[in-house]
Design a protein around this ligand. Structure first.
Ligand SMILES: Cc1ncc(COP(=O)(O)O)c(C=O)c1O
Length: 382
């Protein structure tokens, strides 16, 4: 049997990892400024994380959601305390798309409506409701209708209000910071305006913090810079540091009833142990503050590089914009400098999503590697 060939891959095979580095089969060491697509939050193979998962596996790896699992409550309490949403309720799932799928479904259950407002260039996942609110027709199949979705521009509150006035909208969904699009941050006033409009017209404000959450931008959730509270917040990626774990925070007036939402694997003993370990390390090692401080340092150092046209984003969710296609630059960084960075749907942007615990030496290594790669004039294809 062969694999269904849907992923273009780099010709490297990581076999072990620690902190901000991984090693390939031939023993080469790579600096990881990609984090397996924003997933590695507390660093690779963190000893506390490894031990907590291993200890739990020795005892009980999985039982279904039809029995008492105190780890779920422990995770909810710790997450409530660290995220600034202690009074919200938690529903645990396995991935980002599943989190958004349930968030949209919940908004529709609560309001009885089906219209959704999403934004240009948004990415919310590949399953039915999530892909319908994703602004990429190429990954939408005939079975994923989007005729109930209005894709609007960031900052256009008048357009949002015009749609909400029709009284057909169950939810407004927005990324805390657009990731795949190339690190686009909605302004504070725009998010505050969305909050007010959703309250006025009875639509649920869903903040997709799947990529931008869990400390990545230097706040627990990126939208907290705008000093607003969302009705539903979706999370995944950094939440499990590689263990498949996602979730929804749901505002407390939303009443649950049995069977309203459900999942077989979500919230398993192992997943909760991974999630608790992540939160414990985030807290003990002050990683949210570290993301802010080191993000500022990294951005500051990047401003000294002439070829860079714009530095986008906050904390350790950064986009570096050039005036050329960065594909060869990314290849050079990976193959020659042994530094893994991300791309974006904007071909001129390199996306940086390193583990949240990076230190000065990692930034120095990155800056020196980037400078070396940029010196290779063959890369600068205009
Ligand atoms: C903002 C955002 N939402 C949702 C998703 C989908 O998450 P998953 O791939 O875990 O389904 C992603 C994945 O990249 C994402 O970046």
């Amino acid at each position: 049997m062969n694999l269904f060939d849907v992923y273009p891959i780099f010709n490297i095979e990581p076999v072990s990892a620690k902190g901000c580095y991984f090693w390939d089969r031939s023993g080469d060491k790579y600096l990881d400024f990609y984090g397996g697509h924003a997933v590695i939050s507390i660093g690779h193979s963190h000893p506390h994380y490894v031990k907590r998962i291993a200890d739990q596996l020795e005892k009980l790896g999985f039982y279904s959601n039809s029995v008492i699992n105190p780890l779920q409550q422990q995770l909810a309490e710790k997450l409530g305390a660290l995220s600034g949403y202690p009074e919200y309720n938690l529903f645990l799932v396995n991935s980002g798309a599943e989190a958004n799928e349930n968030a949209l479904k919940l908004a529709s259950f609560i309001t009885g409506k089906k219209g959704v407002i999403a934004f240009n260039k948004a990415f919310h996942g590949r399953t039915a409701a999530a892909v319908a609110v994703t602004d990429n027709a190429r990954i939408r199949a005939a079975i994923n209708p989007s005729d109930h979705v209005a894709f609007l521009s960031f900052e256009d509150l008048d357009a949002v209000e015009a749609v909400l006035r029709k009284d057909e909208t169950c939810a407004v969904i927005i990324e805390g910071v657009q990731g795949i699009a190339g690190i686009n941050t909605p302004s504070k006033s725009f998010l505050q305006g969305l909050r007010k409009l959703c309250t006025r017209y009875g639509a649920k404000l869903i903040l997709d913090e799947i990529q931008s959450g869990y400390g990545r931008t230097g706040r627990f959730f990126a939208h907290q810079y705008a000093e607003i509270a969302a009705d539903i917040i979706t999370m995944a990626k950094g939440m499990g540091n590689g263990f498949p774990l996602g979730g929804l925070l749901i505002e407390p007036t939303v009443e649950a009833h049995y069977g309203m939402l459900g999942t077989t694997f979500g919230g398993s003993h192992l997943a909760c142990s991974a999630g608790l370990a992540v939160l414990e390390v985030l807290e003990q090692e002050n990683l949210v503050d570290n993301a802010r401080v080191q993000g500022e340092r990294l951005s500051h150092q990047l401003t000294g590089i002439d070829e860079i046209k714009e530095i986008k984003g906050t904390g350790l969710m950064l986009g570096i914009k050039f005036d050329f296609d960065v594909k060869p630059l990314r290849q050079h960084l990976l193959l020659k400098e042994k530094i893994f960075v991300g791309s974006a749907s904007d071909p001129n942007i390199l996306r940086l999503l390193p583990p949240l615990g990076i230190k000065d030496q990692h930034i120095d290594q990155f800056i020196s590697g980037l400078t070396n790669s940029l010196k290779n004039e063959k890369l600068l294809i205009h």
